[in-house]
Design a protein around this ligand. Structure first.
Ligand code: COS
Length: 380
């Protein structure tokens, strides 16, 4: 495994870093306060090609490798996690079902508009009774001639409020368990599809989650992604990618917090000297730096495996587990180093402390990652 980034990815990382520093950092708090990313910034993200990172080149995307995607996700997480989350649906869970299993016609029609950011995709899997146990979902898809009729309700769907397309997971036969799950590409204006109000949450103010109701939505059979019963494996494949993206994002966020902690520890004077001169503070910096490097190594290893075409499920789960928990620890230390300031709204540590918490929950909780890793070990 090569630990040096290829030159073109190093340059890509630098370009995104400059963009983040110049355009995103100055509005990071504004996004939090207003619970939205300004349209002009979304346009700049589109112009930079950020919406189509992993969409194949022949469909208008950049066709980046997993490693390239990780480089961008790390950089994009340095100002406010909402910037990554805004584009991550088009670069992962909201588009990859179509990339992996959509018909050539469906891909030709929709991938270019997702790659340009003109249209937004999202991923509708979670239901009130189906979170970690994804295979137990209750949304049904019933074949009716050349169509399917979909009934069900999804919750906490990221970007549903602005999405044009929904990758909907439904079952064609509940008695088959995970082997009944089937994925569909559903357009927003399909009669029977309604998006509920955005649901308030602890953090990530700047992107929203909402309920999606499917009340007898009719979609053509050609909107099915893959074969009947392929949906669970497709969802898991998509989630492998999503978990790696979250891992890389955790590293970027933690790195940014470490830099803020170092700066504060150097300049904050108490008892007549910078607080960094206290070993209790210095060791928090040392532990954070060490853990960030270890986490980055896990991201590189998982991306490297993926790019060689190997099954990387365990490695993606290990990366997500370690990186998200590491970022949580770093955020906790950042609040501690900033002291009272770290508890106040408007402080970077306070915002990341809340925002990062969901990385240990969504796209598979830490417990689910441990389950995936240990099963892989035990089953060989
Ligand atoms: N890639 C491809 N196939 C996969 C896979 C992956 N990453 N993971 C599992 N599969 C396959 C298995 O090989 C198995 O195939 P066979 O039926 O041919 O044997 C099938 O899928 C079922 O797998 P498994 O028996 O492991 O399914 P379980 O119901 O036990 O669930 C977990 C497995 C718990 C790992 C899965 O449900 C999961 O990841 N849950 C978390 C869901 C999640 O992340 N929710 C968040 C929603 S998105 S924000």
């Amino acid at each position: 495994m090569d630990l040096e980034l290829p030159e073109e990815l190093r340059l890509l990382g630098q370009t995104v870093r400059r963009f983040v520093t110049r355009e995103l950092d100055p509005i990071a708090d504004q996004v939090e306060r207003e619970n939205r990313i300004p349209e002009s910034v979304l346009r700049s993200m589109r112009d930079l090609g950020l919406y189509g990172l992993v969409i194949p080149k022949e469909h208008g995307g950049l066709g980046l490798s997993a490693l390239g995607m990780c480089v961008v996700m790390e950089e994009l997480s340095r100002a406010n996690l909402c910037f990554r989350i805004m584009i991550t649906t088009n670069n992962g869970i909201g588009s990859l079902g179509l990339v992996y299993a959509g018909s050539p016609e469906l891909q030709r029609r929709h991938l270019p508009e997702l790659a340009s950011g003109e249209k937004i995709g999202c991923f509708a899997l979670t239901e009130p009774e189906a979170g970690s146990d994804a295979a137990s979902l209750r949304t049904t898809a019933t074949r009716d001639g050349g169509e399917y009729v979909i009934h069900g309700a999804k919750i906490w769907i990221t970007n549903a409020d602005i999405a044009d397309y929904f990758t909907v997971m439904a079952t064609v036969d509940r008695s088959l368990g995970s082997r009944g799950l089937t994925a569909f590409w559903v357009e927003r204006d399909t009669p029977g599809l309604t998006v509920g109000r955005s649901e308030p949450k602890m953090g990530l103010h700047g992107t929203r989650v909402a309920e999606v109701l499917l009340d007898g939505c009719r979609v053509p059979a050609s909107a099915r992604l893959g074969e009947e019963g392929d949906g669970f494996k497709l969802a898991m494949r998509v989630l492998d990618h999503g978990r790696l993206s979250i891992a890389a994002s955790s590293v970027g966020a933690a790195q940014r917090l470490l830099e803020a902690m170092v700066e504060h520890a150097r300049t904050r004077v108490q008892f007549g000297r910078p607080i960094a001169e206290n070993q209790a503070i210095a060791w928090m910096l040392a532990d954070s730096a060490t853990e960030i490097e270890a986490a980055r190594g896990l991201v590189l290893a998982a991306a490297w495996k993926k790019d060689r075409g190997e099954r990387a499920t365990r490695h993606c789960s290990m990366a997500k587990l370690y990186c998200s928990e590491m970022a949580g620890r770093v955020a906790d230390r950042a609040v501690q180093v900033f002291g009272g300031m770290g508890y106040m709204s408007g402080n970077i540590a306070e915002r990341y402390y809340r925002d990062l918490r969901v990385y240990r929950l969504y796209e598979g909780t830490s417990e689910i990652q441990r389950l995936v890793i240990s099963r892989d070990l035990l089953e060989g």
